[in-house]
Design a protein around this ligand. Structure first.
Ligand code: AMP
Length: 207
C-alpha cells in the first residue's frame, strides 16, 4: 500500500472531464466520483486512491503532501500560489479569466472590483497600473455590478451565458484557463516512476 498514489480531485463540473480523460488513458477511475458522499475513494487495483476536495483546497492538499498529485484549474493555481510542481496542461475545463462589467460603465477613481479571486484581480490591476479596491465574494459575483456593490468583476467565463443573461459584457481577458496536473515536490522525487507513468499515459491521449 505504501506506493499508492494519492490523487486529489475536485468535485463539480470538472469531474466528468477528468473521468473521460483518465478512461481514454486506460485508467478506469470510478465513474461515480461526483455522486458519492465519501471523501476517500480507493482504486487500489490501479495503485491509486482519490481524495475528493473543494477545488481551492486541491493545491493545499498537494503542497502539504497528503495528496501526491492533484487535478486543479489554473484559476485556482493563480489564486492560491502554492508551492507545487505543475506537470501537465490537461486541456480540459477550458474557460477564461475576464474583467466584466455593465455596458454603460464609466471609469471612476479607485473603482471597486468584486471577485472570488481577489489575488488574481489585485495582481492584474496592479500590473496594469490601475488602482482599484478589491472586494472578495464567495459566489454569484455577477450580481455585484447589478446591485451597485462593485463597478466591475473578475470572474471565469466559459460560454458567456451567465454574463449575457445578466446584461453584462466582457471588457478584458486576463488569461486562458485549463485544468492542470500538479504534484507534491517530495512525492515527485519519491514516487517518480508512478507519477511519470501516469503523466506519459495522459500525455499520449493529449497528443
Ligand atoms: P458561463 O455562463 O458558461 O460563461 O459560466 C460562467 C459561470 O460559471 C461563472 O459563474 C463562473 O464563475 C463559472 N465558471 C465558468 N467556468 C468555470 C470553471 N472552469 N470552473 C469553475 N467555475 C466556472
Amino acid at each position: 500500500m505504501a506506493d499508492l498514489l494519492k490523487v486529489a480531485v475536485p468535485k463539480g463540473r470538472i469531474v466528468k472531464h477528468i473521468s473521460r480523460l483518465f478512461h481514454q488513458a486506460g485508467i478506469p477511475i470510478p465513474e461515480d466520483l461526483d455522486e458519492t458522499r465519501k471523501f476517500i475513494i480507493p482504486a487500489h487495483d490501479l495503485g491509486l486512491e482519490f481524495i475528493i476536495a473543494k477545488p481551492a483546497d486541491v493545491p493545499t492538499y498537494v503542497e502539504y503532501g497528503v495528496a501526491d498529485i492533484g487535478v486543479v484549474g489554473k484559476d485556482v493555481l493563480m489564486e492560491e500560489n502554492r508551492n507545487v510542481y505543475e506537470l501537465l496542461d490537461l486541456g480540459i475545463a477550458k474557460c477564461r479569466f475576464s474583467v466584466i462589467g455593465l455596458p454603460d460603465w464609466e471609469p471612476v477613481l479607485n473603482p471597486r472590483v468584486a471577485s472570488k479571486f481577489p489575488n488574481v484581480a489585485s495582481q492584474y490591476f496592479r500590473e496594469n497600473g490601475q488602482q482599484v479596491e478589491v472586494i472578495k465574494l464567495n459566489g454569484n459575483v455577477e450580481l455585484a455590478p447589478l446591485i451597485g456593490l462593485a463597478d466591475r468583476i473578475v470572474d471565469l467565463v466559459e460560454t458567456g451565458n451567465t454574463i449575457r443573461e445578466n446584461g453584462l459584457v466582457e471588457m478584458e481577458k486576463i488569461a486562458d484557463i485549463t485544468s492542470r496536473l500538479i504534484a507534491n515536490r517530495v512525492s515527485y522525487r519519491m514516487k517518480n516512476e508512478a507519477i511519470q507513468q501516469l503523466c506519459d499515459r495522459l500525455q499520449q491521449v493529449l497528443a
